[in-house]
Design a protein around this ligand. Structure first.
Ligand code: GLC
Length: 470
């Protein structure tokens, strides 16, 4: 525990309480410790939820739990079961796992690859987070023994085999089913959601740094580099929306055929939502939520944008505009609790259609425009990386006022995020972990250096040329 400060102390208590052990070793953190959990799997360790916990542990020099976690998640791939009679890809990593104790008192681990989760959703983000965390661990601790070991090298390769497999994509963006990442319920986030592209980008970059440059890996490394380069320019160009782009789209001609087409996705200007008129100014912009044939999802998704800033998927000027947008549209994107997961909420018939009448995702609640303290770490980090410490402070102040007294809820409801989420757990681990990170980032330079390990330097052109030539 780092301080006598009551808010920070309370957050650390939640995090410590969430730690669980396996055969005597610390292994991970459960998603929430609410005695009245809204779903049984919140007792499990989710791969994505563990990332902010891991950041705290690494900032505090407690790397054993992170090391155990990375190993275990890799090993758990062997547990993949046939799902609905269908054999799934070996590169997939679990959404979550837990320790069960057999009748004879023996502990064993049971993983969920989406074969148990509500809605049977595919955890596409897990292996990407695993790669990102592996890099963070390695850079922070200097311990290369995991990443250089044959099982980890093989783990990276198997993941790449799956994630680079050609299916029906017509673009370098990765094609995924609905609900395959943090938003793990039907929410019209199928296709090419931004958050997956940001994670994919970081995982590809990680592979370039860590996959051994052996002869056997030469072809794979070349594929990774090409995808990485095209994905970067594709997202920077086609997902980007600012005032100038919006005006271009507003005046688009449709039905263009062939190589000369400007409106390549055949976006009809009539699909621009009314709220966008006057929402952007000359200094702001963001990446749209999704892109596909005849489809630009204009909703603002916080995590994808913040991760794009942190990982450097956003070009420097874009990153600046993304955080400036938070300043100009604070009431919409933050309100009383950082950070709104997406803006705006889908309402009425649109809500019924895109969520399948999901009562947990009613307008301005949960994934449909609810506010998620778990995103505070990414918000604070992105703000600091773009020189907007003022925004980071402002967000933290709101969080400090509410989170400890409200018992660390999972999410908040309402247009302005002023209400504790109706079905939110209390003592949600990543709400507390994200708060600790935000505090540490603002107060402690050494902690900020650990976080900086998530960012990437520009790839050396010589290295790029070398990989392409090999
Ligand atoms: C919810 C969230 C998901 C998270 C899980 C555990 O399902 O949508 O992102 O991993 O809860 O906290």
């Amino acid at each position: 525990m780092k301080s006598k400060d009551p808010a920070l102390e309370s957050a650390y208590e939640v995090l410590q309480d969430a730690i669980f052990h396996y055969r005597g070793e610390p292994l991970g953190t459960v998603a929430a410790r609410d005695p009245y959990l809204v779903a049984p799997n919140y007792e499990e360790c989710f791969v994505r939820d563990f990332v902010p916990s891991a950041l705290v542990f690494l900032m505090d020099g407690e790397s054993t739990i992170v090391r155990n976690f990375l190993r275990t998640v890799l090993d758990l791939r062997d547990q993949q079961r046939v799902m609905e009679g269908h054999q799934r890809a070996p590169g997939l990593m679990p959404a979550s796992f837990k320790v069960v104790v057999d009748g004879d008192g023996e502990e064993r681990l049971v993983a969920d690859f989406g074969d148990l989760a509500i809605g049977r959703v595919a955890p596409v983000d897990s292996a990407l987070w695993w790669m990102i965390l592996l890099r963070l661990y390695t850079l922070t601790t200097g311990d290369r023994s995991l990443v250089d070991s044959p099982p980890f090298q093989e783990g990276i390769r198997t993941t790449l085999d799956l994630y680079l497999k050609e299916s029906f994509e017509t673009s370098p963006a990765m094609l995924v089913p609905d609900a395959s990442f943090m938003i793990d319920r039907r929410m019209s986030v199928y296709g090419h959601p931004l958050e997956i592209q940001a994670l994919f980008y970081a995982a590809l970059r990680t592979a370039l740094d860590f996959l051994h440059p052996t002869e056997g890996n030469a072809r794979l490394r070349k594929m990774v580099l090409k995808r990485f380069q095209t994905l970067r320019s594709y997202v920077r160009i086609y997902y980007w929306l600012d005032l100038q782009r919006l005006n271009e789209i507003h005046r688009y001609h449709a039905e263009e055929f062939g190589h000369e087409a400007v409106n390549v996705f055949n976006i009809y200007p009539e699909s621009i939502p009314d709220w966008l008129d006057g929402w952007l100014d000359n200094d702001t912009g963001y990446f749209v939520g999704n892109l596909g044939p005849g489809r630009m999802d204009f909703r603002h998704f916080a995590f994808g944008n913040l991760l794009a800033v942190i990982f450097g998927l956003a070009a420097p000027e874009q990153a600046q505009r993304i955080t400036t947008l938070y300043d100009r549209r604070w009431d919409d994107l933050v309100g009383h609790m950082p950070v709104k997961i997406l803006f705006p909420a889908a309402e009425g018939k649109e809500w019924a259609f895109i969520t399948g009448n999901d009562p947990k995702n009613v307008p301005w609640s949960y994934h449909n425009g609810g506010s998620w303290p778990a995103l505070l770490w990414a918000f604070t980090g992105a703000a600091l990386l773009t020189g907007r410490g003022d925004l980071a402070e402002r967000g933290l102040q709101l969080a400090t006022q509410r989170l400890p007294t409200d018992n660390w809820p999972e999410y908040y409801d309402g247009r302005h995020g002023g209400l504790i989420g109706r079905r939110a757990n209390y003592y949600q681990t990543w709400s507390a972990a994200a708060y600790i990170i935000a505090r540490r980032l603002l107060e402690d330079e050494a902690a900020f250096e650990v976080f900086r390990n998530l960012a990437f330097d520009e790839l050396d052109p010589e290295v790029e040329a070398h990989i392409l030539a090999s």
